[in-house]
Design a protein around this ligand. Sequence first.
Ligand SMILES: O=C(O)[C@H](O)[C@@H](O)[C@H](O)[C@H](O)COP(=O)(O)O
Length: 321
Amino acid sequence: MTTAVPLIYCFPEFSGVAEAVADHILAAQNYALYNDYNKKVPALSATASNTSLRTGFSSSSSNTHLPRSNSHHHSASVSKSRKEKRLQEKQENRRFKIGLSGGSLIQVLEEGLLKRDDIEWNKWDVYFADERLVPFDSKDSNYGKAKRKIFDNIPAGNGRPNVFPIDISLINDPQECADQYEKTLIKGFASKDSVKLPIFDLILLGCAPDGHVASLFPNQESLRENYAWCTPIEDAPSGPQKRISLTVPVICHAHRVSFVVEGATKAPVIKTIMERPDKGLPASIINEKAAGKIAWFVDSDAVSDVDGITKKTYKFLVNTK
Ligand SMILES: O=C(O)[C@H](O)[C@@H](O)[C@H](O)[C@H](O)COP(=O)(O)O
């Protein structure tokens, strides 16, 4: 049995998965932007005290101290208000950084996200956990699919995310394409400081019947890549052969890593992941290495073969009223 005890949220239907995944994403968005899953705090633009509520920093002391008219106090309050302004700017510049896989996940997101009106799309930076090296208009392109199904259908006026696809001019050269995508990640995650690994707020993964996640396939060398952020795949055993993928260390370094898996065809592999981590399937490796920040969103069919797992009831975090 798996030594990591992941949270497994199970739903009888696909639509239940889609709704819960959307809530989960929204909670992660709100936490990344406001340190508050439920974003109960009032809009930032209003007052300085709102800033303190949102950031957790204590702001003005004017409610607890009588004002004193000396220059020291004046300059202190000027620098305080500068500090507040800086905090406010920092707050306003926060971004929600999410990594998406392809496959059926895109339909789940299409169904769950597009009906919500509390998504701050213009604060999203969307990267891809993996990409097939095909033209964007191919049905196999993860970016192309996400664009057609989701990004192109965001209602007007709801903002637009920053989306980071691969450099399409490099689809014949997986190594170059992976290096270039790594540069894109460095720019987005480490432009000012040097960081060992990027920290995504959330990475969403599917899981194929062979246990591959993103484009990390069983027994391939890319699964053991420990330094690069992004790895080339030259010979994927299914689907388009040339791909790029985020590496295991990058995926496991995210704040949250969530699997979204539906359908009876996945039942055998989910059994193996939960019961035989020693087989070392890519999904098992992530499940174990990122223990503590993993959640599984599955339908009943996908877990029908597994005995002895504890299914949790998903508690919706984001208040939609
Ligand atoms: O580009 C890819 O191949 C995907 O990112 C891949 O990792 C996917 O998530 C699984 O193959 C599951 O796909 P399904 O959910 O469609 O079965």
